[in-house]
Design a protein around this ligand. Structure first.
Ligand SMILES: Cc1cc2nc3c(=O)[nH]c(=O)nc-3n(C[C@H](O)[C@H](O)[C@H](O)COP(=O)(O)OP(=O)(O)OC[C@H]3O[C@@H](n4cnc5c(N)ncnc54)[C@H](O)[C@@H]3O)c2cc1C
Length: 351
């Protein structure tokens, strides 16, 4: 008998599987490549909300959990996918500069906001009001992480590349069965795919489509991430990701012309050199109504769990969420109230 079946191997499923493995649990993962939010993500880990210069929800704690988690996974897979990368926020006015200084005075933010403003970072990115640097930031190459971890699990016979069919799940008193398989519990980490899950689709999951374009520019020569009305993230070899868009009305997973135009317009306001668009990608961020993760146990079925709702911050949230979910499954320690899916039971669940 398995300890756990995991459905979905995006950032949520990876963090949970690694936790299960670390704890010596016997598990099997299903992944059908139906969603690609984690695959196309910019992969930035940045504790600061760069619109308002505030600390993202629980960002300090998440930074302390997430970075050691990804470093350990790098060691395990003998692959590099964590890259330190400075983020420079371009200011649009003297008022924004003042807001930055005010924010940098606050105890938790002072660690991350550099008060030495930078006048020039690149010949092709003029900035009348300078840039502010966020400290301690970087990027996870989620494409490398997911591919390497998937191939590792495959070799260990812990991954089935197939769709998990909800109709075939049988819920028993002390576990679940699925065809030939039996397990003590099952965790659904399907991202936006949750909408098709009859056990958890009562949760108020909101899709938020995000798109990037990838540009090629020999002239740009940028080795930092720049945040203006869009991010530019250097990928190496004169390639850069530019994005992302946010669209909660469009759940079509394909890249759109509208997003490409929007991103190019913003890019042209930011850089002065030539570039060529060489690629475009899209994914649906799984967000919740109140912008907090949704994890925990099914209101009726004790062996069914969900780990979802990471929105636009999956890189930092996933390791913390996996850890809390494991504590709940193994020791019955409740997850924090503000992320516990039970907050939606009364209003949204009908037995
Ligand atoms: C354009 C874009 C940019 C982003 N940039 C960042 C960023 O810079 N930093 C950051 O922290 N976050 C970023 N995000 C958000 C981040 O990607 C998400 O928070 C995160 O990917 C959510 O992970 P997940 O595992 O919950 O969902 P997903 O990545 O959607 O993974 C769910 C997995 O479950 C699988 N699945 C679903 N149903 C089934 C089924 N029935 N059977 C088998 N498998 C199934 C899917 O194929 C998928 O692989 C970005 C998102 C987008 C779209």
């Amino acid at each position: 008998m398995l300890d756990t079946i995991v459905v979905g191997l995006g950032l949520s499923g990876v963090a949970l599987s690694k936790k299960l493995e670390d704890e010596g649990k016997n598990f099997l993962v299903f992944e059908d490549n139906s969603q690609n939010s984690s695959l196309v993500a910019g992969g930035l880990f940045n504790p600061v909300i760069l619109k308002r210069f505030t600390l993202a929800w629980k960002a300090n704690e998440q930074m302390n959990t997430a970075l050691p988690f990804y470093r350990r996974l790098e060691d395990k897979l003998a692959t590099k996918f964590v890259h330190k990368l400075a983020i420079y926020r371009k200011f649009f006015s003297a008022e924004e500069q003042n807001n930055w200084f005010e924010a940098a005075d606050k105890p938790l933010l002072s660690e991350y906001l550099d008060t030495n403003l930078v006048k020039h970072i690149n010949d092709n990115i003029p900035a009348e009001y300078c840039f502010g640097r966020v400290k301690g930031t970087g990027v996870i190459d989620t494409d490398v992480l997911l591919k390497e971890y998937r191939s590792y699990l495959k070799k260990e016979s812990k991954l089935k590349v197939e769709r998990f069919c909800y109709d075939d799940l049988k819920i028993e008193e002390d576990g679940v069965t699925y065809g030939e398989l039996s397990a003590k519990n099952i965790v659904f980490c399907e991202g936006f795919g949750l909408l098709k899950n009859p056990f958890f689709n009562y949760l108020p999951l909101r899709g938020n489509k995000g798109e990037y374009i990838t540009i090629y520019s020999e002239e740009l020569q940028l080795d930092k991430a720049v945040k203006s009305s869009v991010f530019i993230i250097p990928l190496g070899n004169n390639l850069y990701k530019v994005g992302a868009t946010y669209n909660s009305r469009d759940n079509n997973p394909a890249p759109s012309e509208e997003a490409r135009e929007q991103l190019e317009t913003k890019l042209q306001q930011l850089i002065t050199c030539d570039y060529e668009v060489v690629d475009q990608s899209a994914g649906i961020r799984p967000a919740s109504k109140d912008r907090r993760p949704m994890l925990g146990r099914h209101p009726e079925h004790q062996n069914l769990y969900c780990c979802n709702g990471f929105g636009s911050r999956g890189v930092l949230i996933a390791p913390m969420a996996a850890s809390q979910l494991f504590e709940l499954m193994e020791f019955n320690n409740p997850v924090s109230e503000e992320i516990d899916l039970q907050r939606f039971t009364k209003k949204h669940y009908q037995a």
